[in-house]
Unconditional design. Sequence first.
Length: 133
Amino acid sequence: MPSFSTSRFLRIVWFSALYDLVVTAPFATPWSFELNRVQLSALNQALGGMALPAFGPVQTLFALLMGSIVLVWSVLRLRGPTVQFGRYDGVGRLLFSLWMAWAWAQGGLPVLALFLLPEIAWAVVQLWPVRER
C-alpha cells in the first residue's frame, strides 16, 4: 500500500488545521455564530432542506464550546504538526463524521454534506500510512 512521507504527512496535518481554523472561526462567538447560522439556514433551504431552527442560549453555548475547542486544537496543530496529532485528528474526524451522518440521516439537512465530505477526506488522509524517515 502506498504511504506518505513524514514531511508530506506533516503538511497535511498543518493544512487540515488551517481548514479547521477557517471553517470553525464563525462558531467561536455568539455574534459570528448567529450570522453563520442564518447563512447556513439559507444555504440548507437552497439545497432543498428546511430552515434551521433558531438557537437558544443552551444550544448556542454548546456550539460555541465546540467552536472554541476546535480553534485551540487548530492552533496547536498549526504551531507544531506531528504524526500523533494527525492520527488523533483523523479519529476525531471519524467521530464528527459519524454524528454528522446520523444528523443527515434524520433528514432535512443537505447542508451537512458540505461539512461531511471534507471531514471524511481529512480523516482518510490523516489515518493513511506514513513511511518511516
